[in-house]
Write a protein that binds this ligand. Structure first.
Ligand SMILES: Nc1nc2c(ncn2[C@@H]2O[C@H](COP(=O)(O)OP(=O)(O)OP(=O)(O)O)[C@@H](O)[C@H]2O)c(=O)[nH]1
Ligand SMILES: [Mg+2]
Length: 343
């Protein structure tokens, strides 16, 4: 599901040259005994140049091909890749690797011709050495780019694996409000833990089925649990990438104060989340109502638009929260579809 999970090991310039030239030095260079020595020498030089160039080209192309087509990947992943490494730079570097592979092929072909037409073994050896030097210098010139790719592949392969086709609920709210308890109440299966860039904590993916449709619910500790103004631009972009996979946001409020955040601050975060995801429906859930007097609860409810009451740890109100979220998320899907048809 993470399109970058298949990236092959990226070799540095030195590693590439070491591997290929080392193998090249162990090539069996058997030629039939009856062949005259001058032809034998030429054949050996041709075999060497061909081996070195073919293998370097092969390595370069494999490294490039294991990257997904950056124009075709899901916008969630493209946006994260852009924040992490820069998509344009990545494209440029992959293209330059392919370009270098083509040049290596050309040089090899030219030098193989030179070897074939050389007058004696000495000239043939000279042509082979020239081929090696030119090909090596091309690989050396890729040094910075390959190093960039090594770093990029480390970052990209660690992106969370999210199924971009599944209906997705994203859970937000201040720490300790009951987000994980809600996710646990909804999804019975063992949750998957995935690293999310720019947070030291992981996101948690839970799965459940609704009317026989597989859905996922994402718990976002460290991501959607504090004011946006505390984030830098890069972090904000990583956060908003979530809009590409989310169908609906469930915002959990804990007015009992047991979470440690006053209700006003929680409502400010709710407002910010709505602004951050303007195209997504946001469902407002008041959790821990078991800890509140009915008078206090009534006061809080006045401040919140269409609140759903919940006691996550007792499985109370969880079904209503999910039903509402599914309805709101689906509706958005239908509107989107209608718009596409109108176009
Ligand atoms: N009384 C009561 N306690 C609850 C309820 N829901 C959660 N809790 C408790 O509140 C605490 C925090 O719940 P979590 O689900 O871990 O909250 P969280 O939002 O995931 O917290 P972070 O992961 O730190 O952001 C836990 O001790 C839960 O047992 C509830 O409805 N009623
Ligand atoms: Mg949690």
């Amino acid at each position: 599901m993470n399109p970058f999970s298949k990236i092959k090991k990226i070799y540095s310039s030195d590693e590439l040259l070491d591997i290929v030239f080392h193998r090249g030095s162990q090539l069996p260079l058997d030629v039939p005994r009856r062949v005259p020595p001058s032809i034998k020498a030429k054949k050996r030089e041709v075999t060497r140049v061909k081996f070195i160039s073919d293998n370097l080209v092969k390595y370069l192309i494999i490294m490039v091909k294991k990257f997904p087509n950056l124009d075709e990947i899901h916008p969630f992943y493209r946006e994260l890749a852009d924040v992490l490494v820069g998509v344009d730079r990545l494209k440029e570097i992959l293209a330059s690797l392919e370009g270098s592979a083509r040049i290596i092929k050309k040089i090899a072909n030219k030098k193989i011709r030179d070897i074939k037409f050389s007058e004696n073994p000495k000239f043939a050896a000279k042509a082979r050495i020239e081929a090696y030097a030119r090909i090596s210098s091309i690989i050396k010139k890729l040094e910075k780019r390959l190093n960039f790719l090594i770093e990029a592949s480390k970052k990209l392969s660690r992106l969370p694996s999210i199924d971009t086709n599944e209906f997705t609920i994203v859970v937000a709210g201040y720490p300790n409000t009951g987000k994980s308890s809600f996710v646990r109440a909804v999804s019975s299966a063992k949750p998957e833990i995935a690293e999310y860039p720019f947070t030291t904590r992981n996101i948690v993916l839970g799965h459940f089925s609704y009317n026989n449709v597989r859905c996922q619910i994402i718990d976002t500790p460290g991501i959607l649990d504090r004011p946006m103004r505390e984030r830098n631009r890069i972090e904000l972009q990583a956060i908003t990438a979530i809009r590409h996979v989310a169908n609906v946001v469930v915002f959990i409020i804990d007015p009992s104060l047991s979470c440690g955040y006053p209700i006003e601050r929680q409502l400010e975060l709710l407002k910010e989340i709505k602004e951050t995801f303007p195209s997504l429906p946001v469902i407002n859930v008041i959790n821990k109502v078991d800890l509140m007097s009915s008078e206090d609860l009534e006061e809080v409810k006045k401040k919140i638009d269409k609140p759903i009451e919940m006691i996550a740890i007792q499985d109370t109100g969880v079904q209503e929260a999910i039903d509402t979220a599914m309805k709101a998320g689906k509706l958005q899907g239908e509107l989107k579809y209608a718009k596409e048809v109108a176009l």
